[in-house]
Structure formats: structure tokens, C-alpha cells
Design a protein around this ligand. Structure first.
Ligand SMILES: [Cu+2]
Length: 435
């Protein structure tokens, strides 16, 4: 999935850069767009954007030139749900910009929207006039216009970019991306893998095809890089590798991101990689709205859940104003309601897990273009998740630089929780009497 997207993305950006080059006298064969990669003077592992891609640049007289195009994109959150979103260069989030502290960068921004826009380089130190706040620090970029931003990177860290024009609408429909700046010197404690994603929320109401920018609280979809589980790429690593995951938040909620299997260290943010004395072990780290956080861990073998801990943020589209059916005897109701609402299924008396079973068995079809509230199959059955949920998949035999999904973990015998009785009165567990 990822490789095809990357290929298409890079191809289209390549065509774009070639078109730009044809009007420039500065271009020669050595300035063909290239994918950023660790090379002489660039002592870093290229960042891996989950489900996303990295924007190629062209070197022009010592300046790294990037070209972003703000435009409408047809985006798939997961198979079964597509929408008209806005993004950059054919995707939401836009491609990751990756550079090195000390680099001079020029970022051309072409506005392919029908209203004006700008880009704010969130967390990056630069001249006031390059800060991208429409009306305050620059004129708006009108439809069809191209503006150039140019500045020298004076810092390193995990940053983001987003419009600062009609911000509520443009961000609500997907305009954002990450801007990773590696330190000039090789890191004293290097990482083997460096992942990044940005969190977002979407009001894609059931049965509709365009996110609603007016919603503040009751969102329908919760995403890592504009994808929901089970369409979010896994974080893949080999046992013992040091892995960094950089996370940004341009949504309307804070996200306590929880990783199973390890105590990770929180090691950085848009303030750069913190001094080691500031690193702290956690298993959940809140990524506040507008913040970025880097976590690092040494990979432990297994399949580990990695998700937001707000339990509604690991669900897909759901009604927020339905009556509570928990504990309600609904016998007889189904026939009555089906007379006015064909296909109605009474459920929820004993909990909501049956929802996924009904959907998977084809009993229950929601509105068109609408994902099931909970979904996903694992080796042991339904995972009953959606939204901001993915896995960390660590194996002993993953090759360096191989990011492909290794499939499900084959747990050593005797290390998986298993049934010891089917008798409801099994054993004599201590119980507290009702007061
Ligand atoms: Cu969350």
C-alpha cells in the first residue's frame, strides 16, 4: 500500500519539479529531484511517514528548493470511506519536508484552491515575514498564485506546517504536514528507525463525502496521517533496534498516545531532542493540540497495540446522541421498529462488541461511505477498534531498512493467555459484598 502511494507521490512531484525546472536557467542534470537520504554530511536515518511520503527537493545554488501545491484531494480514510479533502501535492497530510539544521530552504507554495491560503511553519524560527500568517506577516496567496518562502534552518526537531488563512476550514479538511529538521551533527545516541505521524479529527458525517468544518467536539473519524485503523501502517522494527516515533497534533483534541510492551522515553518535541537529563520513561504521553512529541524505545518482539487512549478516539463513525441500550431488554422492539425502519437491529443490551459481528456477517449495513464503528481482524479474532489505533510489529528477523508488514506474531508456546475453564462458577474468587 505504502510503496504504491510513495511511488505515485514521488512521480507526480517529480513531474511537477521538472515543469518548474524547464523555466529555470539554473537547472542542470545534477539537480534532478531526489529523495532525501542519509549521505555525506547528512548523518541521519530518513524519516518514515506512516502511510505518507517525503517531498523530494531540488538543489539550486546551495538552496534546497521544495514545491508544495495546496489542492483538493480525493482521500480514502480506509476502504469503504472516501472524501473530498484538501491537502498538498495530492495527499493529506501533505508530504513530509525533511532537512538538516543549517540548510537554506526555499519552499514554493502554489495555491490550487479557489480561495486564498498561506503556510505557517509551525515551531520554526525564521524572519517574521516568512511566518505565513495571512494579513499579519504577508499578503494572502490568491488562487493560482505561487509564493516563495525562504529561510535558514537554525534549529532541529519535529515541526509541522499548516495554513494560517481560513484556518478553521482549511485545517478541518486536511491541510497539514510535518517538517522534520535533523541536527547537523550525528546524534550521540542514534536511532535505527525514525517514524512520524500527525493526528487529526474529521467530521465526516455518516452518508456524506465532505468533512464538515463547523464541528468542534463530536467528530466521526480520528486519524494518524489521515488514516483510520485498520488502514494505518504498522510501526515495524527488528528486535533490539532503537526506534523513534515523532508525533504532532493539529486536531481539536489532546491525544494521550499509549504504547504497549515498552516504557518509552519522551525525548523531544519542536524544541529539538531534549538534553538526556530531561528524558523520562512513560507508557502514555499526551500530545496536546499544537504540540509535537518524540518518543524512543528499544524494540521488544511481539505485536503491540499503539493507540490514543481516549476510547472514543479508537472508534469510527458513531452516533453521539443515541439512547443508552445497555441493560435494556429490547425483545419485541425489533419487529415494531422494523415496520418503520427496515433493517433495524436491536443491539447493545449486553455491550457493543456484537456490533462488529453484525457488520462482518452482513446483517448490518450503515449509511453509504461510512465505516463500521469498530472493526479489524487479528490472529485471534475481532480487534474491535477503529480510528487512532495501529500496531508495533517487532520481529527478530526484520532486515535493516525493511518496513514491510511482517504479518502476525508467532508467539512462543506457553506465552499466550488461554482458557482454563468454561464453567461460570469456576474457582472461588474473593468478592466484596455490596455495601
Ligand atoms: Cu485521542
Amino acid at each position: 500500500m505504502t510503496s504504491r502511494r510513495e511511488f505515485l507521490g514521488i512521480s507526480s512531484a517529480g513531474v511537477l519539479a521538472a515543469a518548474v525546472s524547464s523555466v529555470s536557467t539554473e537547472v542542470n542534470a545534477q539537480e534532478a529531484p531526489r529523495k532525501p537520504a542519509a549521505s555525506a554530511g547528512e548523518n541521519y536515518v530518513p524519516v518514515r511517514t506512516l502511510n505518507g511520503w517525503t517531498l523530494p527537493y531540488t538543489m539550486k545554488r546551495g538552496v534546497k528548493e521544495f514545491h508544495l501545491v495546496a489542492e483538493e484531494v480525493d482521500h480514502e480514510f480506509a476502504p469503504g470511506s472516501v472524501a473530498k479533502c484538501w491537502g498538498y501535492n495530492g495527499s493529506t497530510p501533505g508530504p513530509t519536508i525533511e532537512a538538516v539544521e543549517g540548510d537554506r530552504v526555499r519552499i514554493l507554495v502554489t495555491n490550487g484552491l479557489k480561495e486564498h491560503t498561506t503556510i505557517h511553519w509551525h515551531g520554526i524560527l525564521l524572519p517574521s515575514g516568512m511566518d505565513g500568517v495571512g494579513g499579519l506577516s504577508q499578503p494572502q496567496i490568491g488562487p493560482g498564485e505561487t509564493f516563495a518562502y525562504e529561510f535558514t534552518l537554525r534549529q532541529h526537531g519535529t515541526h509541522m506546517y499548516h495554513p494560517h488563512a481560513d484556518e478553521m476550514t482549511q485545517m478541518a479538511v486536511g491541510m497539514m504536514g510535518m517538517f522534520i529538521i535533523h541536527p547537523k551533527q550525528r546524534e550521540a545516541i542514534p536511532v535505527d528507525r525514525d517514524y512520524c505521524f500527525i493526528t487529526h479529527n474529521w467530521a465526516l458525517h455518516p452518508g456524506t463525502y465532505r468533512p464538515d468544518p463547523s464541528v468542534m467536539v463530536d467528530f466521526d473519524l480520528w486519524t494518524f496521517n489521515s488514516k483510520v485503523f485498520p488502514a494505518i501502517d504498522p510501526v515495524v522494527a527488528r528486535t533490539g533496534e532503537r526506534v523513534r516515533v515523532r508525533m504532532g497534533n493539529l486536531s481539536m483534541w489532546n491525544h494521550p498516545i499509549h504504547m504497549h510492551g515498552v516504557q518509552f522515553l519522551v525525548t523531544g518535541s519542536d524544541g529539538g531532542r531534549w538534553r538526556q537529563s530531561q528524558w523520562r520513561p512513560e507508557t502514555t504521553e499526551i500530545i496536546g493540540v499544537g504540540q509535537t512529541r518524540d518518543i524512543e524505545f528499544v524494540a521488544e518482539p511481539g505485536d503491540w497495540a499503539f493507540h490514543c487512549h481516549m476510547s472514543h478516539h479508537t472508534m469510527n463513525a458513531m452516533g453521539h446522541e443515541i439512547p443508552n441500550t445497555l441493560g435494556v431488554d429490547q425483545s419485541g422492539i425489533e419487529d415494531e421498529i422494523q415496520k418503520i425502519l427496515p433493517g433495524f437491529i436491536a443491539m447493545g443490551e449486553y455491550g457493543m462488541a456484537e456490533h462488529q459481528e453484525h457488520v462482518d456477517m452482513g446483517h448490518h449495513n450503515g449509511p453509504e461511505n461510512t465505516l463500521a464503528m469498530m472493526t479489524g481482524k487479528g490472529p485471534y479474532g475481532n480487534i474491535e477498534m477503529g480510528g487512532m489505533f495501529t500496531t508495533v510489529k517487532v520481529r527478530d528477523n526484520v532486515r535493516r531498512g525493511d518496513y514491510s508488514d511482517p504479518g502476525w506474531y508467532d508467539a512462543p508456546e506457553g506465552t499466550v493467555a488461554a482458557r482454563v475453564s468454561s464453567d461460570p462458577d469456576f474457582g472461588s474468587p474473593p468478592r466484596r459484598k455490596n455495601a
